[in-house]
Design a protein around this ligand. Structure first.
Ligand SMILES: C[S@@+](CC[C@H](N)C(=O)[O-])C[C@H]1O[C@@H](n2cnc3c(N)ncnc32)[C@H](O)[C@@H]1O
Length: 175
């Protein structure tokens, strides 16, 4: 699901407050949230965005050029879990928005690339409200998101608040 206009404006203003030098996004899709986040980059800042579906490359490129941020956005094609361990970058802001069942694995890969004060955002954590309903034993995605939300609340490495924006967005500050 693409971030809508309201969430896009939220990502933009948050990024402008953080003023990141380096942003990491997991799940580019068409590039909408990448462009919103890029609006807050510092002058020499860079946004690294990872997408597993190579068919989306051309459309992303079209929008990155149209946005004027193409020289600040570094798109990667591949599985984020393969690529992140090899990235020699400290990220100030991270946006996790890909396969929900992998959120814990993305978070663990990402937190190694942060500093105290870095911000990690995780999208769709309310999963259309399914995380507060009776969870079907076959619904592995909701189960994974529930575990992830609980982990973030008790993880001593971060301070986390769940914002009821759109489909739920957690904001975790690395301690
Ligand atoms: C919800 S969409 C991203 C929407 C985008 N962040 C936005 O708001 O404009 C999720 C994307 O993550 C990609 N994805 C899924 N698993 C991935 C992985 N392991 N590594 C990189 N991208 C992945 C999917 O192909 C899909 O395009």
């Amino acid at each position: 699901m693409i971030s809508g206009h309201f969430q896009g404006r939220f990502l933009s203003i948050l990024s402008k407050i953080v003023r990141p030098k380096n942003i990491l996004e997991i799940g580019t899709y068409t590039g909408y949230s990448a462009i919103c986040l890029a609006e807050g980059l510092s002058q020499d800042g860079r946004l690294y965005t990872i997408e597993v579906n190579e068919e989306l490359c051309a459309i992303q490129q079209k929008y990155f050029i149209k946005s004027g941020f193409e020289n600040h956005i570094q798109p990667y094609i591949g599985d984020a879990l393969d690529l992140i361990p090899n990235m020699d970058v400290v990220f100030d802001l991270i946006f996790i928005d890909a396969e929900k069942k992998n959120y814990d694995a993305y978070f663990e890969a990402c937190i190694k690339k942060t500093r105290p004060g870095s911000v990690i955002l995780s999208d769709n954590v309310l999963w259309s409200g399914k995380v507060v309903e009776q969870v079907d034993s076959t619904d592995k995605t909701t189960q994974a998101l529930l575990r992830y939300n609980q982990k973030l609340q008790s993880d001593p490495r971060v301070e986390t608040v769940l914002l009821p924006i759109r489909d739920g967005l957690t904001l975790s500050r690395v301690l």
